[in-house]
Design a protein around this ligand. Structure first.
Ligand code: HEC
Ligand code: HEC
Ligand code: HEC
Ligand code: HEC
Ligand code: HEC
Length: 207
């Protein structure tokens, strides 16, 4: 069965399960969720056409649990000049002036009982697109993957079986930086790259 027809069936099933064609699907599978946003921000323009790096705006992705969404002041790095007369940009300027965050609507959200950390996945070498699809082509962000427990485990089992290794971080490690600053010889680099071992025990994802 093609992916498209599989998804259509899944959505029809979800609507049946709810009894009526309500606007929200089941909590644990929001595949296809594509809410309207308070400002018409387009990833296709910013990350696609202008090739801005994902982490220019989602700074937390490599270091913390949440990738995070940028504050309105980040937008004004450019929009004090670019398109400043656009009504959409004036909403952003108003948010900055009022010191009130833009109320972006969450697209992806796991239930509270499940634990997910961006940093451990991004530093393992996974691309954002593996889990979020071609965001750089999206005018409005949509959840393309199911993000169910089966989806998580499927990748964990496959990656574990492949014996892949984590990429070596390009930034100097802590010890190297200290040695460079103090003029001491560099520490021995770790000889063996770390083999990826994604967990499949319950307590790793349900803490
Ligand atoms: C200029 C800043 C900017 C850049 C660059 C950018 N984003 Fe975003 N991103 C945002 C903003 C603002 C939102 C919240 C509004 C929305 O959903 O469109 C967002 C939302 C998202 C979401 C949905 C978050 C949720 O609520 O679940 C994902 C996923 C995402 N971005 C991934 C990416 C990826 C992948 C890239 C690079 C290909 C990228 N972004 C580049 C600003 C940016
Ligand atoms: C690095 C510079 C840069 C940053 C940062 C940036 N933008 Fe933009 N933005 C642009 C450019 C360039 C365009 C395209 C302008 C054009 O079409 O001539 C644009 C277009 C837009 C438009 C369409 C405006 C219109 O009326 O056509 C909106 C809305 C927008 N940006 C919102 C945002 C928001 C919200 C953020 C912060 C999350 C943001 N931008 C961050 C450069 C930026
Ligand atoms: C292994 C899969 C995976 C990868 C890789 C991944 N994400 Fe996510 N992302 C998720 C999941 C799952 C959520 C929902 C997390 C939650 O609800 O706790 C999410 C949520 C988000 C959100 C919503 C708010 C937040 O910070 O939790 C943004 C923004 C986002 N991702 C951006 C990115 C960007 C940018 C990258 C690449 C630098 C990336 N993601 C890489 C799976 C992934
Ligand atoms: C790799 C991460 C991961 C592992 C390992 C994992 N889970 Fe989950 N689990 C999730 C996520 C994400 C969800 C929420 C999405 C969903 O319901 O599919 C979830 C949901 C659940 C739910 C709720 C289902 C529902 O219908 O609401 C139960 C119960 C559960 N897991 C039990 C377990 C048990 C028992 C184990 C060990 C055998 C386990 N999980 C291992 C990620 C994981
Ligand atoms: C595309 C592949 C892929 C997907 C999808 C994926 N993971 Fe992972 N996961 C990995 C890899 C690779 C690692 C890193 C293993 C390592 O560093 O040894 C990892 C590590 C983890 C860890 C251990 C590190 C930590 O942060 O504590 C947890 C927990 C985890 N994943 C939860 C999840 C959950 C929950 C989901 C689904 C919402 C998910 N993962 C989806 C590939 C994936």
């Amino acid at each position: 069965m093609s992916r498209a027809s599989f998804r259509t069936l899944g959505q029809a099933g979800a609507l049946l399960a709810l009894g009526l064609g309500g606007c929200s699907g089941p909590v644990n599978n929001q595949q296809g969720h594509m809410p309207a946003q308070p400002v018409a921000f387009s990833h296709a323009v910013h990350a696609g056409q202008y090739e801005l790096d994902c982490q220019y705006c989602h700074v937390g992705a490599e270091q913390s649990r949440h990738a995070g969404v940028p504050s309105a002041s980040v937008c004004m790095n450019c929009h004090t000049q670019v398109k400043k007369d656009s009504p959409e940009i004036q909403k952003v300027a108003a948010a900055v002036a009022a010191n009130a965050p833009i109320q972006w609507v969450r697209v992806h959200r796991l239930p509270d009982h499940a634990f997910f950390n961006h940093a451990s996945h991004v530093t393992a070498g996974l691309k954002c697109q593996t889990c979020h699809g071609a965001v750089e082509q999206m005018v409005r962000v949509e959840q393309v993957e199911p993000m169910t427990m089966g989806w998580c485990l499927d990748c964990h089992r496959k990656t574990g079986a492949q014996g892949l290794t984590a990429p070596i971080a390009s930034a100097p490690r802590k010890g190297e930086l200290l040695a460079l600053m103090s003029g001491e010889p560099l520490p021995e680099p770790s000889k063996l790259p770390r083999t990826l071992q994604p967990p499949s025990d319950c307590s790793s994802c349900h803490r």
